[in-house]
Design a protein around this ligand. Structure first.
Ligand code: ARG
Length: 585
């Protein structure tokens, strides 16, 4: 384990146990502003022993001095304030930790000891409706979490809970019949899902005859009528084809195998009602079957019901989400379910989880978490709109990203060939869109700002990608000089930390495992972004102060190892966020 704080915590455990006179005493080592880290456990142990904290701290220092395992680890240890211990790692210790990660493809990150089976519910656009920028957030955040959790060794199941069922399908299918299948296929393959939906809606609002047909069509769909089912499948197929184009452009993990739409849970709906009834949770309210959930009230303070059935067979979104909990827990055996869904659905999901708990379908260690997120706003701080004033379409946004990035890349490096430039522009454009989304704390709204996200300065994808590409160019030049592009064991042996900038960068590199752990502890990708940004700032200051290629041979080898580790960490970290790192920019 190369993360110095974690490594030191395990070295200090026997020391703490000896001082406290009992087993399992956490040394509580935390990063500190005054030193490399701080041991915070003396105060607690002192309280428990009824002794003065500084005296206990001194005893800890004495024990460390006497511990063979701790020899050479610290450059200094000092008691501070009421009984904290400030510690500075020795350079030898940092160097030996760096040597470990230099030969580790996982960069010091060990897989979790107990892997969980995680279902991530994300993306989930609605059939026959255009994906909008709200779907951008769930897709990008969910995908980053999936990559990180997989890397940590968890078993991750992706579920794209598309909206492919419900009463609107009556009017959509009738409209499909009116227009003719070929015509509709042609229209939808252009990606104009919204237009189709609006036409159907307008007809529905304007014609009683169309309304009657649509309602009848819903009944046919629910009863499994073969021709209706065929038409429904046609619509779903055309929409998912469009979703896939967007997923391809965006570079996310989702495929057709991950589709688990609302329709999939329809056969289970009756079962949900029966089980709720058996559990004694079902009530009748204004002709509907409902569950009252303790703790949920409306504005007047009256108990708020979760409606699960309006009349015979009138199941809804809540019923399918309950069926979905049962399916994920009982069929898939999930013990963690992440719902990457916007903040407006907070109450819906809390109520679904609460009902599932009451019914006994969801209980520890199984956990359901709403990974909530805020809205994407335009520069006017209102919902993001396109130039025509319509809601911004996801597909258009990605095209615009690549073209704007193309201009930015051309300005930065005019010598690139056209093909290479368009490849880099794609990585930079998509990277910029993803990163601007991921780097804001997901619970907050964020302003979608092309100029800021495509800037080569600041906490942006282009800045990080450029830092990575710059290191690659150092290696291209070093290779031209000595013919070897690979870091060798001999070079790793030369590692030394001779300047404060190298030392600071070394500490940054060694913090990668804890940055990841921190990110996943709250499912907040922005924490990994913050880490990567500060790492590249540390690199910039290193590179300003420490010549690499012009340094004497030994120093040069050592610095090349540090450069290599930085490039690998940037590339790996951005990779976990779903962002590519071109070697040249
Ligand atoms: N289709 C829904 C929407 O676009 C999101 C579904 C989220 N997942 C869930 N299990 N409810 O708003």
């Amino acid at each position: 384990m190369a993360d110095p704080i974690t490594a030191v915590e395990s070295l200090l455990l026997p020391v703490m146990e000896a001082v406290a006179g009992r087993a399992g005493v956490d040394p509580v080592v935390r990063p500190s502003e005054h030193a490399d880290a701080q041991i915070n456990a003396a105060l607690g142990v002192a309280k428990q022993l009824g002794r003065p904290p500084r005296e206990v701290a001194q005893e800890i220092l004495d024990q460390i001095a006497a511990s063979p395992a701790c020899q050479g680890v610290f450059a200094s240890l000092e008691i501070a304030g009421p009984g904290f211990i400030n510690l500075v790692f020795s350079d030898e210790f940092l160097v030996s930790s760096l040597r470990e990660i230099a030969v580790d493809p996982r960069l010091g990150v060990t897989p979790v000891a107990s892997a969980r089976r995680v279902v991530i519910d994300y993306s989930a656009p609605n059939v026959a409706k255009e994906m909008h920028v709200g779907h951008l957030r769930t897709t990008v955040i969910g995908d980053a979490l999936a990559r990180m959790l997989r890397f940590m060794g968890h078993e991750v199941i992706l579920e794209n809970h598309v909206g492919d069922w419900g009463t609107p399908f009556g009017m959509l299918i009738e409209h499909l019949i009116d227009l003719g299948e070929d015509q509709v296929a042609a229209e939808l393959s252009l990606g104009d899902l919204d237009g189709f939906y609006k036409q159907a809606r307008n007809k529905f609002d304007g014609s009683d005859e169309f309304q009657d047909r649509s309602r009848h069509r819903v009944v046919l769909l629910q009863s499994g009528d073969a021709e209706t089912t065929r038409l429904w499948k046609l619509l779903v197929g055309l929409s998912t084809k469009h979703f896939n184009t967007v997923y391809d452009a965006l570079g996310v993990l989702l495929t057709d195998d991950d589709l688990a739409g609302e329709s999939m849970y329809q056969p289970l709906m009756g079962h949900v009602i029966t089980r709720l009834a058996t559990a004694g949770l079902l009530n009748e309210s204004e002709g509907a079957d409902v569950v009252f959930v303790p703790g949920f009230t409306n504005r007047e303070g009256d108990p708020l019901p979760l409606i699960v059935q309006k009349g015979a067979g009138g199941f809804n979104y809540a019923t399918s989400d309950l069926a979905c909990v049962i399916d994920r827990v009982e069929r898939l055996g999930a013990d963690l379910m992440l719902y990457v869904v916007g903040a407006p659905q907070q109450q819906h999901l809390s109520m679904v989880f609460a009902v599932a708990e009451l019914a006994g379908w969801l209980s520890p260690p199984v956990e359901a978490v709403h990974v909530s997120f805020g809205s994407v706003l335009g520069p006017d701080r209102k919902m993001l709109k396109s130039r025509s004033g319509d809601p911004m379409k996801f597909a258009d946004l990605l095209t615009e990203a690549a073209s704007r990035a193309g201009d930015a890349v051309a300005a930065k490096n005019p010598d690139l060939g056209a093909e290479q430039r368009s490849e880099i522009a794609r990585a930079v454009g998509i990277g910029a869109v993803k990163y601007s989304d991921l780097s804001t704390d997901r619970v907050r709204d964020y302003v979608f700002d092309w100029d800021r996200m495509l800037s080569f300065d600041g906490n942006t994808a282009p800045y990080l990608q450029y830092a990575h590409a710059r290191i690659c160019s150092i290696f291209r030049r070093s290779q031209a000089a000595d013919g070897s592009g690979e870091i060798s064991l001999a070079e790793i042996q030369q590692l030394a930390l001779t300047t404060p900038q190298e030392r600071a960068l070394a500490l940054g590199l060694l913090a990668y495992p804890s940055a990841l752990a921190d990110t996943l502890s709250t499912y907040s990708p922005h924490k990994l972004c913050t880490y990567l940004f500060s790492l590249s700032q540390l690199f910039t200051s290193f590179y300003e102060h420490c010549p690499v290629l012009n340094a004497p041979a030994e120093v040069r080898s050592s610095r090349l190892v540090i450069c290599d580790l930085t490039a690998r960490t940037l590339s790996h970290g951005l990779g976990l966020l779903g962002i590519d790192t071109p070697e040249q920019m």
